[in-house]
Ligand binder design. Structure first.
Ligand SMILES: CC(C)(COP(=O)(O)OP(=O)(O)OC[C@H]1O[C@@H](n2cnc3c(N)ncnc32)[C@H](O)[C@@H]1OP(=O)(O)O)[C@@H](O)C(=O)NCCC(=O)NCCS
Length: 179
């Protein structure tokens, strides 16, 4: 069944085939993908990405959640928030990205809180974690404000876009979510 998560201001919903245009509008921008592992998407890549999301959404058991961020009362896709189970399926890694025109309103923090709620309350995960480059403070702030614990600073642990990059790690346990 399609997943739909509501927050005070947002609806997080499954991607549909025609959402590729909205995804392309944001993910073709260098400033949006700068701190993601992917390159700017052309139209074909955006179509392919949405197809992939739709296939993974139907997998049983589900291992990937990549949800469209929309504002209540307006179905336009402003970005995405997602998670993927790790090799141990009781743990998952988080990600998010938003149209720059809508950044700074707390939408992503709200979306991450909703996804964490689903992860712990419905999927019954043990741990959700995320990482970001320290040069991307907005991302670190989102995870911090969503209630995640800063767990460490790894030095030059990943090779991304032609350079060794540091990672700030954030995590949250089900036991911490419930208190
Ligand atoms: C990271 C991202 C999703 C944040 O979106 P957003 O809509 O600004 O998020 P929110 O409004 O929920 O919260 C942003 C927080 O970061 C803070 N912030 C934004 N830019 C900042 C900066 N340059 N330095 C420090 N803090 C910053 C904001 O002040 C806010 O914190 P506050 O509410 O305590 O003031 C958005 O910048 C984005 O899509 N970036 C491109 C994709 C990306 O980098 N994704 C993460 C990959 S790890």
């Amino acid at each position: 069944m399609d997943l739909r998560l509501e927050t005070a201001r947002l609806v997080l919903r499954e991607f549909r085939e025609d959402d590729w245009r909205a995804l392309h509008a944001t993910h073709s921008r260098e400033d949006v993908v700068r701190w993601l592992t992917i390159e700017p998407m052309d139209e074909a890549a955006a179509r392919e990405y949405v197809q992939g999301i739709m296939v993974s959404a139907r997998e049983q058991p589900r291992t990937v959640w990549d949800l469209a961020i929309t504002v209540k009362g307006d179905d336009a896709v402003l970005g995405r928030v997602g998670m993927k189970r790790d090799a141990d399926p009781r743990s998952a890694m988080l990600w998010f990205a938003l149209d720059p025109a809508h950044q700074g309103k707390g939408y992503v923090t709200e979306a991450v809180r909703a996804l964490l709620g689903h992860a712990f309350d419905d999927v019954k995960l043990h741990r959700v974690w995320g990482d970001c480059d320290p040069r991307n403070p907005a991302s670190a702030r989102v995870m911090e404000r969503a209630g995640m614990r800063r767990e460490g600073h790894l030095v030059q642990n990943v090779w991304i876009k032609g350079e060794w990059c540091d990672s700030l790690l954030f995590g949250l346990l089900a036991s911490e979510w419930r208190v």
